[in-house]
Write a protein that binds this ligand. Structure first.
Ligand code: GLV
Ligand code: MN
Ligand code: MN
Length: 443
Protein backbone atom coordinates (compact mmCIF):
# COMPACT_ATOMS: atom_id res chain seq x y z
CA UNK A 1 0.00 0.00 0.00
CA UNK A 2 1.57 3.28 -1.06
CA UNK A 3 0.83 6.86 -0.10
CA UNK A 4 -1.76 8.96 -1.89
CA UNK A 5 -3.05 12.53 -1.82
CA UNK A 6 -6.55 13.13 -0.46
CA UNK A 7 -9.80 12.30 -2.28
CA UNK A 8 -11.22 15.01 -4.51
CA UNK A 9 -14.69 15.86 -5.64
CA UNK A 10 -14.98 16.26 -9.39
CA UNK A 11 -16.57 19.32 -11.07
CA UNK A 12 -19.17 21.20 -9.06
CA UNK A 13 -19.78 18.31 -6.70
CA UNK A 14 -17.91 19.43 -3.61
CA UNK A 15 -21.12 19.64 -1.62
CA UNK A 16 -22.16 16.22 -2.80
CA UNK A 17 -18.78 14.87 -1.72
CA UNK A 18 -19.26 16.40 1.71
CA UNK A 19 -22.69 14.85 1.91
CA UNK A 20 -21.22 11.48 1.03
CA UNK A 21 -18.64 11.80 3.81
CA UNK A 22 -21.46 12.41 6.22
CA UNK A 23 -23.18 9.46 4.60
CA UNK A 24 -20.57 7.09 6.02
CA UNK A 25 -22.29 7.55 9.35
CA UNK A 26 -25.74 7.45 7.81
CA UNK A 27 -26.72 3.98 8.97
CA UNK A 28 -30.47 3.71 9.22
CA UNK A 29 -31.14 6.55 6.79
CA UNK A 30 -33.69 6.05 4.06
CA UNK A 31 -30.84 5.97 1.57
CA UNK A 32 -28.98 3.24 3.47
CA UNK A 33 -32.14 1.19 3.82
CA UNK A 34 -32.95 1.56 0.12
CA UNK A 35 -29.44 0.55 -0.89
CA UNK A 36 -29.55 -2.50 1.39
CA UNK A 37 -32.93 -3.46 -0.02
CA UNK A 38 -31.54 -3.17 -3.54
CA UNK A 39 -28.52 -5.32 -2.64
CA UNK A 40 -30.74 -8.02 -1.17
CA UNK A 41 -33.08 -7.90 -4.18
CA UNK A 42 -30.03 -8.38 -6.40
CA UNK A 43 -28.95 -11.38 -4.29
CA UNK A 44 -32.42 -12.82 -4.93
CA UNK A 45 -32.14 -12.10 -8.64
CA UNK A 46 -28.72 -13.76 -8.90
CA UNK A 47 -30.12 -16.83 -7.11
CA UNK A 48 -32.49 -17.38 -10.06
CA UNK A 49 -29.44 -18.08 -12.25
CA UNK A 50 -29.03 -21.68 -11.20
CA UNK A 51 -28.61 -25.13 -12.66
CA UNK A 52 -30.27 -26.77 -9.62
CA UNK A 53 -34.06 -26.92 -9.83
CA UNK A 54 -35.48 -25.46 -6.61
CA UNK A 55 -32.04 -24.55 -5.29
CA UNK A 56 -28.88 -22.62 -6.11
CA UNK A 57 -25.86 -24.00 -7.90
CA UNK A 58 -23.75 -21.92 -10.27
CA UNK A 59 -20.43 -23.28 -11.42
CA UNK A 60 -17.43 -22.07 -13.35
CA UNK A 61 -17.72 -21.67 -17.14
CA UNK A 62 -21.41 -22.61 -17.20
CA UNK A 63 -24.23 -20.72 -18.96
CA UNK A 64 -25.30 -19.32 -15.57
CA UNK A 65 -21.79 -18.04 -14.97
CA UNK A 66 -22.15 -16.13 -18.25
CA UNK A 67 -25.59 -14.75 -17.38
CA UNK A 68 -24.61 -13.47 -13.90
CA UNK A 69 -21.56 -11.81 -15.42
CA UNK A 70 -23.88 -9.94 -17.79
CA UNK A 71 -26.05 -8.82 -14.88
CA UNK A 72 -23.06 -7.74 -12.79
CA UNK A 73 -21.68 -5.84 -15.79
CA UNK A 74 -24.98 -3.97 -16.08
CA UNK A 75 -24.95 -3.01 -12.40
CA UNK A 76 -21.30 -1.99 -12.63
CA UNK A 77 -22.05 0.22 -15.62
CA UNK A 78 -24.94 1.86 -13.76
CA UNK A 79 -22.49 2.54 -10.92
CA UNK A 80 -20.23 4.48 -13.28
CA UNK A 81 -17.69 1.79 -14.11
CA UNK A 82 -16.21 0.68 -17.40
CA UNK A 83 -16.57 -3.10 -17.57
CA UNK A 84 -14.99 -6.15 -19.12
CA UNK A 85 -14.81 -9.88 -18.64
CA UNK A 86 -11.21 -10.95 -18.15
CA UNK A 87 -9.45 -13.93 -19.71
CA UNK A 88 -10.41 -16.20 -16.79
CA UNK A 89 -14.11 -15.28 -16.93
CA UNK A 90 -14.02 -12.82 -13.99
CA UNK A 91 -16.39 -9.88 -14.43
CA UNK A 92 -14.50 -6.65 -13.78
CA UNK A 93 -15.48 -3.00 -13.48
CA UNK A 94 -13.28 0.09 -13.06
CA UNK A 95 -14.05 3.51 -11.66
CA UNK A 96 -11.19 5.82 -12.49
CA UNK A 97 -9.41 7.90 -9.90
CA UNK A 98 -8.55 11.51 -10.54
CA UNK A 99 -5.59 10.36 -12.59
CA UNK A 100 -6.86 7.99 -15.27
CA UNK A 101 -4.68 4.90 -15.45
CA UNK A 102 -3.56 5.16 -11.80
CA UNK A 103 -3.12 1.93 -9.79
CA UNK A 104 -6.37 0.45 -8.52
CA UNK A 105 -7.72 -0.51 -5.15
CA UNK A 106 -9.37 -3.87 -5.85
CA UNK A 107 -12.67 -4.81 -4.19
CA UNK A 108 -13.94 -8.30 -4.80
CA UNK A 109 -15.54 -11.58 -3.97
CA UNK A 110 -17.15 -14.40 -5.98
CA UNK A 111 -20.35 -15.12 -7.90
CA UNK A 112 -20.03 -18.92 -8.12
CA UNK A 113 -21.63 -21.20 -5.55
CA UNK A 114 -21.45 -24.61 -3.95
CA UNK A 115 -24.20 -27.15 -4.67
CA UNK A 116 -27.52 -26.26 -2.98
CA UNK A 117 -26.04 -22.96 -1.82
CA UNK A 118 -27.37 -19.93 -0.04
CA UNK A 119 -27.74 -16.52 -1.70
CA UNK A 120 -25.03 -14.49 -0.02
CA UNK A 121 -21.71 -16.37 0.13
CA UNK A 122 -19.43 -14.28 -2.10
CA UNK A 123 -22.35 -12.58 -3.78
CA UNK A 124 -22.97 -10.09 -0.98
CA UNK A 125 -19.33 -8.94 -1.17
CA UNK A 126 -19.54 -8.29 -4.91
CA UNK A 127 -22.77 -6.33 -4.53
CA UNK A 128 -21.45 -4.30 -1.58
CA UNK A 129 -18.40 -3.40 -3.67
CA UNK A 130 -20.58 -2.23 -6.57
CA UNK A 131 -22.71 -0.22 -4.12
CA UNK A 132 -19.61 1.50 -2.69
CA UNK A 133 -18.59 2.61 -6.18
CA UNK A 134 -22.16 3.73 -6.82
CA UNK A 135 -21.88 5.97 -3.74
CA UNK A 136 -18.63 7.45 -5.01
CA UNK A 137 -20.20 8.13 -8.39
CA UNK A 138 -23.32 9.71 -6.90
CA UNK A 139 -21.17 11.91 -4.69
CA UNK A 140 -19.02 12.89 -7.68
CA UNK A 141 -15.92 11.77 -5.79
CA UNK A 142 -12.73 10.62 -7.47
CA UNK A 143 -10.11 9.00 -5.28
CA UNK A 144 -6.35 9.22 -5.80
CA UNK A 145 -6.49 5.69 -7.17
CA UNK A 146 -8.96 3.81 -9.35
CA UNK A 147 -11.42 1.46 -7.67
CA UNK A 148 -12.01 -1.84 -9.43
CA UNK A 149 -14.64 -4.42 -8.59
CA UNK A 150 -13.69 -8.02 -9.34
CA UNK A 151 -16.55 -10.51 -9.43
CA UNK A 152 -14.57 -13.72 -9.34
CA UNK A 153 -15.85 -16.60 -11.43
CA UNK A 154 -14.70 -19.51 -9.29
CA UNK A 155 -13.88 -19.53 -5.61
CA UNK A 156 -15.65 -22.70 -4.51
CA UNK A 157 -14.09 -25.19 -6.91
CA UNK A 158 -17.47 -26.90 -7.27
CA UNK A 159 -17.02 -27.96 -10.88
CA UNK A 160 -13.36 -28.93 -11.24
CA UNK A 161 -12.17 -29.56 -7.66
CA UNK A 162 -9.39 -26.96 -7.79
CA UNK A 163 -10.52 -23.81 -6.01
CA UNK A 164 -9.98 -20.03 -6.12
CA UNK A 165 -9.57 -20.29 -9.90
CA UNK A 166 -10.80 -16.78 -10.68
CA UNK A 167 -8.74 -15.02 -8.05
CA UNK A 168 -5.68 -17.13 -8.76
CA UNK A 169 -5.82 -16.09 -12.40
CA UNK A 170 -6.11 -12.43 -11.31
CA UNK A 171 -3.27 -12.86 -8.82
CA UNK A 172 -1.01 -14.32 -11.52
CA UNK A 173 -0.79 -17.79 -9.94
CA UNK A 174 -2.82 -19.65 -12.57
CA UNK A 175 -1.54 -23.18 -13.21
CA UNK A 176 -2.03 -24.34 -16.81
CA UNK A 177 -2.17 -27.96 -15.55
CA UNK A 178 -5.68 -27.14 -14.25
CA UNK A 179 -6.89 -27.10 -17.87
CA UNK A 180 -6.70 -30.91 -17.84
CA UNK A 181 -9.02 -31.27 -14.84
CA UNK A 182 -12.37 -32.87 -15.69
CA UNK A 183 -15.82 -32.22 -14.28
CA UNK A 184 -18.36 -34.86 -13.24
CA UNK A 185 -19.48 -35.18 -16.88
CA UNK A 186 -15.95 -35.82 -18.11
CA UNK A 187 -15.59 -32.33 -19.68
CA UNK A 188 -12.09 -30.92 -19.41
CA UNK A 189 -11.61 -27.39 -18.19
CA UNK A 190 -9.91 -26.69 -21.51
CA UNK A 191 -13.07 -27.64 -23.42
CA UNK A 192 -15.24 -25.76 -20.93
CA UNK A 193 -13.23 -22.59 -21.63
CA UNK A 194 -13.78 -22.98 -25.36
CA UNK A 195 -17.50 -23.66 -24.93
CA UNK A 196 -17.75 -20.54 -22.73
CA UNK A 197 -16.12 -18.50 -25.50
CA UNK A 198 -12.74 -17.96 -23.85
CA UNK A 199 -9.32 -19.10 -25.08
CA UNK A 200 -7.86 -21.60 -22.57
CA UNK A 201 -4.34 -20.68 -23.66
CA UNK A 202 -4.81 -17.02 -22.74
CA UNK A 203 -6.03 -17.30 -19.14
CA UNK A 204 -2.74 -15.93 -17.84
CA UNK A 205 -3.70 -12.59 -19.42
CA UNK A 206 -6.12 -12.09 -16.51
CA UNK A 207 -3.12 -11.56 -14.20
CA UNK A 208 -2.80 -8.19 -12.49
CA UNK A 209 0.53 -6.69 -11.50
CA UNK A 210 1.46 -5.62 -8.01
CA UNK A 211 2.59 -2.25 -9.35
CA UNK A 212 -0.89 -1.53 -10.72
CA UNK A 213 -2.58 -2.48 -7.48
CA UNK A 214 -3.06 -0.51 -4.27
CA UNK A 215 -4.47 -3.41 -2.26
CA UNK A 216 -7.43 -5.78 -2.06
CA UNK A 217 -10.48 -5.45 0.19
CA UNK A 218 -13.22 -8.06 0.48
CA UNK A 219 -16.52 -8.01 2.32
CA UNK A 220 -18.05 -11.43 3.04
CA UNK A 221 -20.63 -13.05 5.27
CA UNK A 222 -19.02 -14.57 8.36
CA UNK A 223 -20.21 -18.16 7.73
CA UNK A 224 -19.98 -18.83 11.45
CA UNK A 225 -21.86 -18.04 14.65
CA UNK A 226 -19.55 -15.61 16.45
CA UNK A 227 -21.00 -12.26 15.36
CA UNK A 228 -24.51 -13.46 16.07
CA UNK A 229 -23.44 -14.77 19.48
CA UNK A 230 -21.78 -11.43 20.27
CA UNK A 231 -24.78 -9.47 18.96
CA UNK A 232 -22.63 -7.47 16.55
CA UNK A 233 -23.06 -6.71 12.86
CA UNK A 234 -19.46 -6.54 11.62
CA UNK A 235 -15.96 -7.81 12.31
CA UNK A 236 -12.49 -7.31 10.93
CA UNK A 237 -10.67 -10.46 9.77
CA UNK A 238 -7.25 -11.15 11.25
CA UNK A 239 -6.23 -14.14 9.09
CA UNK A 240 -7.58 -17.00 7.00
CA UNK A 241 -6.99 -20.69 7.71
CA UNK A 242 -4.60 -22.67 5.54
CA UNK A 243 -6.41 -25.40 3.65
CA UNK A 244 -5.60 -28.64 1.87
CA UNK A 245 -8.02 -30.85 -0.04
CA UNK A 246 -7.62 -34.40 -1.23
CA UNK A 247 -9.49 -36.84 -3.47
CA UNK A 248 -9.10 -40.35 -2.04
CA UNK A 249 -9.91 -43.77 -3.45
CA UNK A 250 -9.99 -46.81 -1.21
CA UNK A 251 -10.00 -50.11 -3.08
CA UNK A 252 -10.98 -53.52 -1.73
CA UNK A 253 -12.84 -56.40 -3.33
CA UNK A 254 -16.55 -56.40 -4.21
CA UNK A 255 -18.47 -59.59 -3.58
CA UNK A 256 -21.71 -61.25 -2.47
CA UNK A 257 -23.17 -59.65 0.68
CA UNK A 258 -24.32 -63.04 1.90
CA UNK A 259 -21.70 -65.36 0.48
CA UNK A 260 -18.43 -63.82 1.60
CA UNK A 261 -17.61 -64.53 5.28
CA UNK A 262 -16.10 -61.70 7.34
CA UNK A 263 -12.64 -63.23 7.48
CA UNK A 264 -12.48 -63.14 3.64
CA UNK A 265 -13.88 -59.63 3.14
CA UNK A 266 -12.07 -56.55 1.88
CA UNK A 267 -14.89 -54.07 2.41
CA UNK A 268 -13.81 -50.63 1.20
CA UNK A 269 -16.74 -48.82 2.85
CA UNK A 270 -16.14 -50.34 6.28
CA UNK A 271 -12.51 -49.20 5.94
CA UNK A 272 -13.58 -45.73 4.83
CA UNK A 273 -15.88 -45.45 7.85
CA UNK A 274 -12.91 -46.01 10.17
CA UNK A 275 -10.91 -43.41 8.27
CA UNK A 276 -13.71 -40.83 8.39
CA UNK A 277 -13.87 -41.10 12.18
CA UNK A 278 -10.07 -40.81 12.38
CA UNK A 279 -10.23 -37.65 10.24
CA UNK A 280 -12.51 -36.03 12.81
CA UNK A 281 -10.45 -37.18 15.79
CA UNK A 282 -7.00 -36.22 14.44
CA UNK A 283 -8.23 -32.74 13.46
CA UNK A 284 -9.99 -32.10 16.77
CA UNK A 285 -6.94 -33.23 18.72
CA UNK A 286 -4.85 -30.55 16.97
CA UNK A 287 -7.36 -27.70 16.99
CA UNK A 288 -7.91 -28.01 13.24
CA UNK A 289 -11.06 -28.69 11.23
CA UNK A 290 -11.42 -31.57 8.79
CA UNK A 291 -14.44 -32.75 6.82
CA UNK A 292 -15.27 -35.66 4.54
CA UNK A 293 -18.02 -33.98 2.52
CA UNK A 294 -18.33 -36.41 -0.37
CA UNK A 295 -18.29 -40.19 -0.22
CA UNK A 296 -19.43 -42.63 -2.87
CA UNK A 297 -19.38 -46.45 -2.61
CA UNK A 298 -19.16 -48.73 -5.66
CA UNK A 299 -20.78 -50.66 -7.16
CA UNK A 300 -23.53 -49.38 -4.86
CA UNK A 301 -25.80 -52.42 -4.69
CA UNK A 302 -27.62 -53.20 -1.42
CA UNK A 303 -26.46 -56.82 -1.58
CA UNK A 304 -22.91 -56.19 -2.81
CA UNK A 305 -19.87 -55.61 -0.59
CA UNK A 306 -18.43 -52.20 -1.58
CA UNK A 307 -15.25 -52.83 -3.57
CA UNK A 308 -14.29 -49.21 -3.97
CA UNK A 309 -15.00 -45.94 -2.18
CA UNK A 310 -14.18 -42.48 -3.42
CA UNK A 311 -14.20 -39.72 -0.83
CA UNK A 312 -12.99 -36.19 -0.27
CA UNK A 313 -11.03 -34.61 2.55
CA UNK A 314 -11.09 -30.89 3.37
CA UNK A 315 -8.55 -29.94 6.03
CA UNK A 316 -8.07 -26.47 7.55
CA UNK A 317 -6.01 -24.92 10.30
CA UNK A 318 -4.85 -21.57 11.59
CA UNK A 319 -1.29 -22.92 11.54
CA UNK A 320 -0.03 -24.72 8.44
CA UNK A 321 2.31 -26.98 10.43
CA UNK A 322 -0.49 -28.27 12.65
CA UNK A 323 -2.75 -28.76 9.63
CA UNK A 324 0.04 -30.79 7.98
CA UNK A 325 0.48 -32.88 11.15
CA UNK A 326 -3.21 -33.82 10.90
CA UNK A 327 -2.67 -35.06 7.35
CA UNK A 328 0.34 -37.14 8.46
CA UNK A 329 -1.73 -38.68 11.27
CA UNK A 330 -4.61 -39.45 8.87
CA UNK A 331 -2.15 -41.10 6.49
CA UNK A 332 -0.78 -43.26 9.32
CA UNK A 333 -4.28 -44.39 10.33
CA UNK A 334 -5.17 -45.06 6.70
CA UNK A 335 -2.08 -47.24 6.24
CA UNK A 336 -2.98 -49.21 9.35
CA UNK A 337 -6.62 -49.69 8.24
CA UNK A 338 -5.51 -50.75 4.75
CA UNK A 339 -3.01 -53.31 6.10
CA UNK A 340 -5.57 -54.79 8.51
CA UNK A 341 -8.40 -54.96 5.96
CA UNK A 342 -6.43 -55.78 2.80
CA UNK A 343 -7.28 -52.48 1.07
CA UNK A 344 -5.23 -50.03 -0.98
CA UNK A 345 -5.45 -46.22 -0.94
CA UNK A 346 -4.69 -43.58 -3.54
CA UNK A 347 -4.67 -39.90 -2.57
CA UNK A 348 -4.47 -36.89 -4.88
CA UNK A 349 -4.08 -33.40 -3.45
CA UNK A 350 -6.54 -31.13 -5.27
CA UNK A 351 -5.99 -27.89 -3.39
CA UNK A 352 -3.39 -26.36 -1.10
CA UNK A 353 -3.37 -22.83 0.28
CA UNK A 354 -1.31 -21.65 3.20
CA UNK A 355 -2.78 -19.57 6.00
CA UNK A 356 -2.58 -15.84 5.29
CA UNK A 357 -2.51 -12.85 7.62
CA UNK A 358 -4.24 -9.57 6.78
CA UNK A 359 -2.09 -6.53 6.08
CA UNK A 360 -1.93 -4.52 9.34
CA UNK A 361 -2.55 -1.15 7.69
CA UNK A 362 -5.49 -2.29 5.61
CA UNK A 363 -6.86 -4.20 8.59
CA UNK A 364 -6.81 -0.96 10.56
CA UNK A 365 -8.58 0.78 7.70
CA UNK A 366 -11.38 -1.83 7.91
CA UNK A 367 -11.42 -1.46 11.69
CA UNK A 368 -11.73 2.32 11.36
CA UNK A 369 -14.47 1.83 8.76
CA UNK A 370 -16.44 -0.26 11.26
CA UNK A 371 -15.71 2.26 14.00
CA UNK A 372 -17.18 5.01 11.78
CA UNK A 373 -20.53 3.19 11.97
CA UNK A 374 -20.56 3.47 15.75
CA UNK A 375 -18.94 0.19 16.85
CA UNK A 376 -15.81 1.77 18.29
CA UNK A 377 -14.18 -1.48 19.42
CA UNK A 378 -14.80 -3.85 16.50
CA UNK A 379 -14.59 -7.59 16.93
CA UNK A 380 -11.70 -9.40 15.24
CA UNK A 381 -12.27 -12.85 13.76
CA UNK A 382 -10.01 -15.53 12.30
CA UNK A 383 -11.64 -17.08 9.22
CA UNK A 384 -11.83 -20.84 8.92
CA UNK A 385 -13.64 -20.41 5.61
CA UNK A 386 -11.51 -19.82 2.54
CA UNK A 387 -11.81 -16.61 0.55
CA UNK A 388 -10.53 -15.01 -2.64
CA UNK A 389 -8.33 -12.85 -0.42
CA UNK A 390 -6.15 -15.95 0.10
CA UNK A 391 -5.25 -15.94 -3.56
CA UNK A 392 -5.00 -12.15 -3.79
CA UNK A 393 -2.50 -12.24 -0.92
CA UNK A 394 0.10 -13.39 -3.48
CA UNK A 395 -0.46 -10.15 -5.41
CA UNK A 396 -1.11 -7.37 -2.97
CA UNK A 397 -1.85 -6.47 0.68
CA UNK A 398 -5.39 -7.47 1.69
CA UNK A 399 -7.97 -7.09 4.41
CA UNK A 400 -11.53 -8.30 4.95
CA UNK A 401 -14.78 -7.19 6.52
CA UNK A 402 -17.15 -9.84 7.91
CA UNK A 403 -20.91 -9.33 8.00
CA UNK A 404 -23.07 -11.24 10.46
CA UNK A 405 -25.21 -14.02 9.04
CA UNK A 406 -28.17 -15.27 11.05
CA UNK A 407 -29.55 -18.74 11.77
CA UNK A 408 -26.45 -19.58 13.82
CA UNK A 409 -24.20 -18.45 10.98
CA UNK A 410 -25.27 -21.29 8.70
CA UNK A 411 -23.67 -21.15 5.24
CA UNK A 412 -23.17 -23.43 2.23
CA UNK A 413 -26.84 -24.10 2.87
CA UNK A 414 -30.08 -22.64 1.47
CA UNK A 415 -30.94 -21.20 4.91
CA UNK A 416 -28.05 -18.69 4.71
CA UNK A 417 -29.49 -15.33 5.77
CA UNK A 418 -28.36 -11.74 6.31
CA UNK A 419 -30.24 -8.87 7.86
CA UNK A 420 -31.00 -5.74 5.78
CA UNK A 421 -29.91 -3.47 8.65
CA UNK A 422 -26.53 -5.26 8.79
CA UNK A 423 -26.13 -4.84 5.03
CA UNK A 424 -26.73 -1.09 5.39
CA UNK A 425 -24.12 -0.86 8.16
CA UNK A 426 -21.69 -3.01 6.15
CA UNK A 427 -22.05 -0.65 3.20
CA UNK A 428 -21.28 2.36 5.39
CA UNK A 429 -18.24 0.59 6.86
CA UNK A 430 -16.98 -0.63 3.49
CA UNK A 431 -17.36 2.81 1.93
CA UNK A 432 -15.56 4.38 4.89
CA UNK A 433 -12.76 1.82 4.52
CA UNK A 434 -12.33 2.56 0.81
CA UNK A 435 -12.18 6.28 1.52
CA UNK A 436 -9.94 5.48 4.46
CA UNK A 437 -7.35 3.88 2.15
CA UNK A 438 -7.05 7.25 0.45
CA UNK A 439 -6.75 9.16 3.75
CA UNK A 440 -4.37 6.57 5.19
CA UNK A 441 -2.19 6.84 2.09
CA UNK A 442 -2.11 10.61 2.55
CA UNK A 443 -1.05 10.35 6.20
C1 GLV B 1 -15.12 -21.68 0.63
O1 GLV B 1 -16.29 -21.38 0.77
C2 GLV B 1 -14.52 -22.61 1.53
O2 GLV B 1 -14.60 -23.80 1.28
O3 GLV B 1 -14.02 -22.18 2.58
MN1 MN C 1 -18.31 -20.71 0.01
MN1 MN D 1 -17.24 -17.37 -0.20
Amino acid sequence: MSNYPSPRATGATGAAAGAAQAGTAATGTTRGRDEAALILARCDELATHTSLPGGVERVYLSPHHASVNRLAARWMTEAGMTTWQDAAGNQCGRYEGFDPGAPALLLGSHLDTVRDAGRYDGILGVLLAIAVVDRLKRAGVRLPFAVEVLAFADEEGTRFGATLLGSRAAAGTWDTAWLDLVDADGITMRDAFTAFGLDPDRVAEAARTTADTVGYLEAHIEQGPYLEEADRALAVVSSIAGARRFALTLTGVAGHAGGVPYHRRHDALAGAAEIVLAVEKEARDRDCIATVGHLQAYPGGVNVIPGRVEFSLDLRGEHDDRRDEVWLAIQATTAEVCARRGLTIEATETHAADAVVADPRLRDVIRDGIAATGDTDPMTLFSKAGHDAMAMADLTPWAMLFVRCGNGGISHHPDEIVDAADVAIALDAFEAAVRGVASEGAA
